[in-house]
Design a protein around this ligand. Sequence first.
Ligand code: ADP
Ligand code: MG
Length: 442
Amino acid sequence: MTTAHWEQVKADMKSAIGAGNYKSWIEPLSLKTTTEGVAHLGAPNPFVGDYVGKTYGDQIIYHLNRQGLSVQRLAFEVEGKSPAAQPAPAQSAAPAKSDAQPDQRFTFDTFVVGKPNELAHAAAKRVAEGGPATFNPLFLYGGVGLGKTHLMHAIAHELAEKRPDLNVLYISADQFIYRFISALRDRKIMDFKQHFRSVDVLMVDDIQFLEGKDSTQEEFFHTFNALVDQNKQLVISADRAPGEIRDLSERIKSRLQCGLVVDLHPTDFELRLGILHAKQETYLGVYPGVEVAPGVLEFLAHRISSNVRVLEGALNRLYALASLVGRTVTVEMAQDCLSDILRASDRKLTIEEIQRKVSEHYDIRLSDMLGPKRTRSLARPRQIAMWLCKQLTSRSLPEIGRKFGKRDHTTIMHGVRKIDELRQSDSQIADDLELLRRALED
Ligand code: ADP
Ligand code: MG
């Protein structure tokens, strides 16, 4: 690691989070060393370290890795004080060591259950009972930040409590690869095999990282089979379904599909709000006296829809700022201090998405919506879709017209006006519009 690398990371962070945030949080940091996947950063005081770890940790790790360093975790040390590393408590979706203790924050108690994750939660709960493996493996998949790692750690916690006799191992696929390669290098492959085959429950996180790693895949496959044959429970996660992981051998794919495959769906508004409420409780002790104005949580749940980690980071940033400056958290403060996150989360709705949603809602074919037929049962939904395109996208009338089967912009204008009228007189239409708008914006 050279100073130049760190300077580059700082520059990347600056363009990512803006000059103001950069000056407060990143500029005061210095990079000490990186060893065994941990980057040691110097911070002027514990508050900065804690805050940076929670708010920007993932981004910093990402940029360090882009500089060719293999970093999984950050540790902050207060400059000029004791050299003992202060691991940032919240920075750790990926533990530094494969056999690391599960993250204390990731338990079933702190996992908020909603429609999008109820199946995954139920399956994880079942595994955590520690009974005979009823489905093997449990394969959890879903986008970044939807709770896969959280659920795996929760399983580990609960098993440690209920079945302390079981040997439970959680490891990220990254670490699995690293350990395998080290074992090959050090000629300790027998130890490696022995280690992984003696566990009772093996959890491997993020196996999409095995993509293209043929020899590691081979080893993984053997470990996998050995454990399944002994009826030992496996829990595997990935960011996509087994069939969609490229370069994963067909043998592994089909074995993965033999168990229970459940996906974590993208969060909905309700779940996000629930998670924010739950988080808020945990902040009471950390940031005493901080008040939050009504509507702030709804604002966040509405605007930050992609990733729970980002959502939590946003709330945490607001609390930290409010406690620092002694103000109430308001929607205006959120807009100001989260502009980078809000900008990144601004989803651009497309005309195609609107057309698809509306045709689904009215149960008509997409081709009919775009086609020439003018029967009322088609014309009305078509006009509703036009109206939504005008309201929810920044496309011009001619652009919208082109996407509606090359219609003229005056046709679009007419459609939009018609719906504007009907909206006043027909409550069914008004309700439909509201419902569709919410579904699309969620
Ligand atoms: P993934 O492994 O799917 O990328 P994580 O499990 O690391 O996601 O979750 C990202 C963050 O979001 C973690 O801090 C986790 O605690 C939180 N999180 C995700 N889903 C939930 C949930 N349903 N309830 C509470 N926290 C959640
Ligand atoms: Mg994860």
